[in-house]
Design a protein around this ligand. Structure first.
Ligand code: PEP
Ligand code: MG
Length: 575
């Protein structure tokens, strides 16, 4: 029987293949009482399982496969930390001794308590970390019950196998990779889970949060996985299968064709050059940046160096990371944003939960409030500027006083380096992100004081429309085409161009084909996006004539009816 399931799209592409169901990791455990003389034995059994699990995770750490990114290390550190947490390592032991219950039960009860604490977090990212707790306990339970983990199929298996799991930890995902599954699908998981992050990095279609997929499917069922829409079609009929095969080969063909554009110069039909840069989170993202022919890094989100860890990256560690990117880009511009911590990107040790984190001590506000942290980063950035074409980008600036304080701070750190005789680029450009409506409206202050600007549309839209970008309940109101957003964009691009200050867009809008022509029409000549989006955008640039889109762009700006705006945009994109 054919049926369709809907989940959360995590990693795009279409896969067609047969289901391979891996062992269940739902945590259903037996509960029994032990005779008094067996309690010590049970405690020893628990301790042995704990140690075996710790060794398994450490071994994964030591033998990290090459294709696994640095986030894999961070995730393993997190899992080792959870394993060592008293709730998991101590409390079950005490419960066995106190209540004479079996180890599996004690562990499950303690896990439920811990998960409840995670459920109470307001922050969506932290809430999702309960998945990591469940995964660690799942691994420990498997050791206790003597069950093997997910067993990868033997080499030489059908290449078009689709892995179906109730839940899949990032460790499982990494172990499966050498077997080249065509797609991954799971019942559990959210869009920001570690598993989702790693699947995206592996460039394999992935849909999570399907709830009961594993129960509803049988081994070897034929599946279509549409990673872009988050749709799974089980045992499709011939017509649907033919349709998806066609879409799949079209996508492959498009991807292949796009690859040919890697070295092409991004010029519009009328010969205007457009810079297409890449957004990265970690230095190892450079491979993808080069594979897609980016002509610079438009946004290095340096705060990712600070996340998922209990310590802070020191000056040397930061210097090496910035230097690796600066040198790796061989003279092309590398725009490194000072840490945008706070809001949904909190340091591990931050205890304080702000009542309104997106409006709180975030980004440059936090940097100025924590001068020692900021100083270390600026030292590392300035030192790296000696080894490549580094630019410093400051997030979330809102006023002249913040700009002045930041520039003074940078001057102060420069003097410090001078005194120590350390080399750096004295003219390192300093730019500001335009992501608060106040910054867009007071643009003159920014163009006068800064060397370049970068529009963070993700936040600019959030703050203009008063919509929390992490809250799924208001996600439908998040509208890049809202007239207020378009007017702010037009104002900033035109104002910066007039003042001769380079301006780019580095928010998600820059990587969405639907908006490329509109942004070009508004005068934008520099885009920065996820590397995988770059060649598609380049193709759109190559097929756009600026004189031809001018009048429709102005019509869109004058329109105030959302339907009319969408209708005009479609026309613009069909030209
Ligand atoms: C933005 O706000 O558009 C942006 C690029 O920054 P981030 O998404 O990291 O907040
Ligand atoms: Mg932002």
């Amino acid at each position: 029987m054919s049926f369709t399931l809907h989940g959360i799209p995590v990693s795009s592409g279409i896969a067609i293949g047969h289901a391979h169901l891996v062992s269940h990791t739902t945590l259903e455990v037996a509960h029994y009482t032990l005779p008094k003389h067996r309690v010590e034995e049970e405690v020893t059994r628990f301790a042995a399982a704990l140690e075996t699990t710790r060794q398994e995770l450490s071994a994964l750490h030591a033998n990290r496969p090459q294709y696994a990114g640095a986030e894999f290390d961070a995730f393993l550190d997190l899992h080792l930390m959870i394993l060592a947490d008293d709730h998991i390592s101590q409390a079950p032991r005490e419960m066995i001794l106190r209540e004479h219950c079996n180890a599996e039960w004690a562990l499950k009860v303690q896990m439920d308590e811990l998960v409840e604490q995670f459920d109470a977090f307001e922050d969506a990212y932290l809430r999702e970390r309960k998945t990591d707790v469940v995964q660690v306990v799942g691994r420990l339970l498997k050791t206790l019950t003597g069950q093997p983990g997910h067993v990868p199929p033997a080499p030489g298996h059908d290449d078009n196998m689709i892995l179906v799991a109730h839940d899949l930890s990032p460790a499982d995902l990494i172990q499966f990779k050498p077997h080249q599954f065509a797609a991954f699908i799971t019942d559990l998981g959210g869009a920001t889970s570690h598993t989702a992050i790693i699947a995206r990095g592996l460039n394999t279609p992935c849909v999570v949060g399907l709830l009961h997929a594993r129960q509803l499917m049988r081994e070897h069922d034929l599946l279509i996985v549409d990673g872009r829409q988050g749709v799974i079609i089980v045992n499709p009929d011939k017509q649907v299968l033919a349709e998806y095969k066609l879409r799949q080969s079209q996508l492959d063909l498009e991807r292949q064709k796009l690859r040919r554009l890697r070295t092409a110069r991004a010029n519009t039909l009328d010969g205007t050059h457009v810079e297409l840069h890449a957004n990265i989170e970690m230095p190892h993202d450079l491979a993808e940046v080069n594979a897609n022919g980016a002509t610079g890094i438009g946004l290095f989100r340096s705060e990712f160096l600070f996340l998922n860890r209990d310590d802070l990256p020191d000056e040397e560690e930061q210097f090496e990371a910035y230097c690796a990117v600066a040198e790796g880009m061989k003279g092309l511009p590398v725009t490194i944003r000072t840490f945008d911590l706070g809001a949904d990107k909190q340091l591990n040790h931050t205890k304080r939960v702000a009542s309104n984190p997106a409006l709180g001590l975030r980004a440059i506000r936090l940097s100025l409030a924590e001068p020692q942290l900021f100083r270390i980063q600026l030292r590392a950035l300035l030192r790296a500027s000696h080894y490549g074409n580094v630019k410093i980008l400051v997030p979330m600036l809102s006023s002249l006083s913040e700009i002045n304080q930041t520039l003074q701070f940078i001057d102060h750190v420069k003097k410090e380096l001078d005194e120590e005789g350390i080399a750096y680029n004295r003219n390192v450009p300093v730019g500001g992100m335009i992501e608060i409506p106040a910054a867009a409206l007071a643009l003159n202050v920014f163009t006068k004081k800064l060397d370049f600007l970068s529009i963070g549309t993700n936040d600019l839209i959030q703050y203009t429309l008063a919509i929390d970008r992490t809250d799924e309940e208001v996600a439908h109101l998040y509208d890049p085409l809202h007239p207020a957003v378009l007017h702010l964009l037009a104002h900033v691009i035109a104002g910066a161009n007039k003042a001769g200050v380079p301006v780019s867009v580095c928010g998600e809008m820059a990587g969405e084909l639907a908006y490329t022509r509109l942004l070009l029409g508004l005068g934008l000549r520099q885009f920065s996006m996820h590397p995988s989006q770059l060649l598609g955008i380049k193709q759109r640039v190559l097929t756009t004539s600026l004189p031809e889109i001018a009048s429709l762009t102005q019509k869109i700006l004058r329109a105030d009816d959302p339907l009319k705006i969408r209708e005009l945009l479609e026309k613009l994109n069909a030209q």
